[in-house]
Write a new protein. Structure first.
Length: 586
């Protein structure tokens, strides 16, 4: 059993840099204090801008900067890392994998969250019981994209129940649902609370029927607590202060009107002072460790459990796996999940597969059999240049559209696997249709450069996506990458670029890939090209490499440069994502 007590304030920087603006810090939460008791369903309510989501994120541990005060669990100061492991946070916008069925989503979540050596029958039984409890058994073989909004919300809850967290946070759980689904969802939260969990949910203007399902209410207005206590006592308490709820009026609407200042802004100050004076500081005895060390755990029930006994299944504690074992275990699970998702994704897989085939055969038809023609060397270079450009643009667009950036991290559905396969497929089509030199090592160098530039473009788009919205990233990513193609040496020699811009060539990953591709096709002492005209200046391939600036290219060195850029951009994308999450926590 967990008792959670908090006394906290939150400041938001007016200029965006909280540690530097000093006096410009704006106070969002003002001495918000209270406690949440196990077995109760608590609603955090208030008008827009009152600080509901801010308080929720602070309590869940997703906002840590610019926060003053303390949060304790069972009388002890909260340890954030430990608290996150034992709590669940269901966000307003779900991040479900639409191409997985309900059962598959549960299975992969169980494999990722539960200890690596958990027996498979144990996992199967756990999933079955949770689906029975949540009411998703009938649609367990239906894809997440095909289930209703209420069922998607239930699935999000079911995924968090895998490791049976004693504390669960819900951000607007009824958002986007009809009245019947809203009541069903809140009724489910009520059943979860009856099992001994601490359930906390933000909710905006519920109906009277839904409002009475909540055990406790925490009312916010202008960042201050206006009421904290039992839901049934809120109307009598307000009446004692001189605020009478009109007959046949929804109590939830009444308290929101008060918190919004519709009855006068002076009531916000009056109620805040009254709540502060009547607050109870008592806490239950115990400690956080009592929950985590298994002293209060019960075994999984057999048969179909009732909603009132939802807390009666908990896994026995298992020794932690090593970091390497955990990484390899989760990596292969995610790899299998990604392949399953992309094999079912019509937009990402089928459409892109068709586009690669279409563009590949179109380019192959336009540049048919020019790879060994000395009179069409520049045309062939244009063919190779277009291939790299096509791979970059398609990789960046698909990555931005399929990667979801959210408070808990970043999820990309199989993008890396696809970005290795599709460039290879494109090269396999155009390489032979355009009659490039039929030597295996040349083909693999060209294919490797296309795969490499695709991975760099993916990483670059992830970096841009970490700082921008999807709509902006789709535009900004290509805009920032296309100028780098100017330094490949195809349109203008790098030596002729103004000195103050020449340094950009060192960061042009298309330059390394293009020069290496040209070297693979025309270098390595390739024999003379065929000539059907009286004179062909580029009959000897080395002459063309001299003009294009790729005569003395070291393929290994160029490849290492591409790998280095890939690693650097990946690291920057990682820290960019961390920065985005940190900014969301502020």
């Amino acid at each position: 059993m967990l008792n959670t007590e908090y006394d906290t304030s939150y400041y938001l920087s007016a200029g965006g840099f909280g540690s530097y603006v000093g006096k410009r810090m704006k106070r969002i939460l003002k001495d918000a204090s209270g406690k949440f008791i196990p077995g109760e369903l608590t609603a955090i309510m208030g008008p827009s801008g009152a600080g509901k989501s801010t308080l929720m994120n602070i309590l869940a541990g997703y906002k840590t900067h610019n926060v003053q005060g303390s949060i304790s669990v069972n009388g002890k100061s909260r340890e954030l890392a430990q608290f996150r492991k034992m709590s669940g946070y269901i966000m307003q916008d779900d991040v479900l994998h639409d191409n997985l069925t309900v059962y598959e989503s549960m299975r992969y979540a169980a494999q990722l969250k539960l200890p690596r050596k958990t027996p498979k029958p144990h996992i199967e039984q756990l999933i079955k019981e949770i689906l029975d409890i949540i009411g998703l058994t009938e649609c367990q073989n239906v894809k997440a994209s095909k289930i209703s909004g209420g069922q998607r919300k239930r699935l999000s809850i079911a995924l968090e129940l895998i490791n049976n967290p004693p504390i669960m946070f819900f951000d607007e759980p009824t958002s986007g649902l009809d009245s019947a689904s809203c009541y069903s969802c809140v009724n489910l939260l009520k059943a979860l609370a009856k099992g001994g969990r601490t359930i906390i949910a933000t909710i905006h203007q519920p109906s009277a029927r839904i409002f009475e399902q909540f055990d406790s209410l925490y009312l916010l207005g202008a960042g201050r607590c206006l009421y904290s206590g039992h839901t049934k006592s809120v109307v009598p308490s307000l009446a004692l202060q001189g605020l009478q709820c009109p007959p046949y009026h929804n109590p939830a609407d009444f308290i929101i009107e008060i918190a919004s200042g519709d009855y006068g802004h002076q009531w916000i100050e009056i109620l805040a002072k009254a709540t502060s004076l009547s607050s109870d500081s008592g806490l239950a005895d115990g400690s956080l460790e009592q929950v985590l060390d298994g002293k209060e755990e019960k075994s999984i029930r057999t048969g179909k459990p009732h909603a009132e006994n939802m807390n009666e299944y908990v896994l026995k504690p298992v020794a932690d796996d090593s970091r390497l074992e955990l990484f390899s275990h989760q990596f292969f699970i995610l790899l299998r999940r990604s392949f399953l998702c992309i094999s079912r994704d019509r937009m990402l897989t089928h459409l892109r597969f068709s586009s690669v085939l279409l563009i590949g055969f179109l380019v192959g038809a336009i540049y048919y059999n020019i790879g060994n023609d000395a009179a069409k060397v520049f045309d062939n270079a244009g063919n190779l240049y277009f291939g790299l450009l096509f791979v970059v643009l398609s990789s960046m667009t698909s990555t931005v559209l399929t990667c979801k950036f959210h408070l808990k991290g970043c999820a990309c559905q199989g993008a890396s696997q696809l970005l290795c396969f599709f460039p290879f497929l494109y090269v396999a089509i155009i390489y032979y249709l355009t009659d490039q030199p039929q030597e295996a090592f040349r083909f693999w160098i060209v294919a490797g450069m296309h795969v490499g530039i695709s991975l760099v473009a993916q990483s670059f788009s992830m970096l841009v996506g970490a700082f921008c919205q999807v709509q902006s990233a789709v535009f900004i990513g290509p805009i920032l990458s296309i100028p780098l193609f100017l330094f490949t040496g195809f349109f203008v020699s790098v030596s002729e670029v103004p000195a103050y811009l020449r340094w950009l060539a060192w960061f042009s990953y298309p330059r390394y890939c293009f020069q290496t591709t040209l070297t693979a096709v025309y270098g390595f002492e390739r024999e003379t090209l065929s000539c059907h005209q009286p004179y062909c200046h580029f009959k000897h391939p080395k002459k063309f490499l001299d003009i294009i600036g790729a005569a003395d290219i070291d393929v290994v060195q160029q490849s290492l440069c591409v790998v280095a850029i890939l690693v650097v951009v990946r690291i920057l994308a990682y820290y960019g994502l961390r920065f985005k999450i940190m900014m969301e926590k502020q």
